[in-house]
Design a protein around this ligand. Sequence first.
Ligand code: PEP
Ligand code: MG
Length: 551
Amino acid sequence: MSELPGTGVGRGVALGPVLRMPEPLGAPSSAPLDGPVEAADAAVHEAVAAVADDLTKRGALAGGDAQAVLEAQALMAQDPTLLDDVHTRISGGANAERAVHDAFAAFQDILAAMGGYMGERAADLGDVSQRIIAKLRGVPAPGVPDSDTPFVLVARDLAPADTALLDLDKVLALVTSDGGPTSHTAILARAKGITAIVGVEGAADLVDGQTVVVDAAAGVVVTDPDPDLVTATEARIAERLAAADRPVTPGALADGTLVPLLANLGNPADAAGAVALGAEGVGLFRTEFLFLDSPTAPTVEAQRQAYVQLLSVFPGKKVVVRALDAGADKPLSFLTDQDEENPALGRRGLRALRHHEAVLRDQLTALVQADAETEADLWVMAPMVADAEETAYFVSLARELGVRTAGVMAEVPSLALLAEQVFQQADFVSVGTNDLTQYTLAADRLLGSVASYQDPWHPAVLRLVAQLGAAGRDAGKAVGICGEAAADPLLAVVLVGLGATTLSMTPAALADVRAELGQHTLEQAREMARAALAAPSAAAARAAATSAHVV
Ligand code: PEP
Ligand code: MG
């Protein structure tokens, strides 16, 4: 047996034989163009259209987050600047495959040099280029291998098109050697509930047919497991399956303390699926996802319809809607300044909304109208709020327009440091641990090279959450968690120990978190939290919490 460490996505565990993804197509030959330019151009256009069509169809089949990713890829394939470049290269004497390869590679280099989110899109572009070349060559596109029996898929990285359509009956788990916590592989695996470990350096040495245990909770791939480990792993898999079949009960600690488990959503169409997975309401509805492509601010009417669609799925249940969070990796053309050098520290979130108050007023009006037509318990919150003054601004505007429950997100450390002042204004606070971690550790959450800082287990982040928890308790108000941290079952327990009253997450994570909460009492959760707060690093905090209460 040997252990290969990586970054686990979710809590799943799997056991099975390795099947490797085929290597990408070989590079096209550099032989000069043999035939007329027009014919080569036409072949490229035909191949591009076929690839775009295929990606769009796969997107429609997959739905949800995957659809948006695949449609973006289909657009990339047809980008006019890129196709102009291909044409120029063909006119200069390059064969069609070579022209596509080189034009896409040049564009990939530009994206990769930009780093962060754009850098990670470079891999998507490489996948599109391979698909076009395969079409030109008349061979199948590189992708997930076929097998009659289930397998652990091992790859350098997965293209979104592959991840989106994985046959979940066949693929037991994913192991990739590339890819960080923000790669599409990780995001889509999390959303689909696939057991996955990314960034496994030793993955290149795994061979077809070799048996492995993929333990996402521990972040480790174990090769050639001994019989004891095989038995223990089979028992864990059986227990997870049994847990998934049990009737969904409200989120609660072992002593009966209720901790409502809510869903993070970005589209009303995903609401019913979240309920099926046991969501007791919505803890974060990301409204900006509805309008990412919108050149102008959405009308009150368009918004009202979307919000009615969402709220009507949750009669009598809490639904927390976030005002548009524009900026940084989610620019909205009608709210975001284009020329910011450092947009994560720019006029984003509430800062942008305050600058364009008419947009905020329209959104709150639409929400109040939708609330009046439905039976859900609507709460509304503002993103990227820095202090009590901004809190007072948002809460008073929301109340003026008829919002009954108005709160703010804790994503900027200054807000957490001023928690008592904030609770004098807000009805509730919801902690966005993704941004709170990025700003506390001063590490871009999209940048692979500083991904190790983006760990919400860091005691500095936990101390800010503790401050918010204590202030919320004193004020008798709710403190929710809606960042990815709530989807890490052990950390979820610690967050409750720090004073969180609800947890909101990607729906696929609900079952694991529910199961873990049921293993600890409130006193034990507090004990785990105390141990984590005293630790000197994120890794030490995780270890301290684990040993503070061994189940
Ligand atoms: C967060 O920052 O933790 C959060 C939930 O908001 P988003 O991920 O949309 O920035
Ligand atoms: Mg955020």
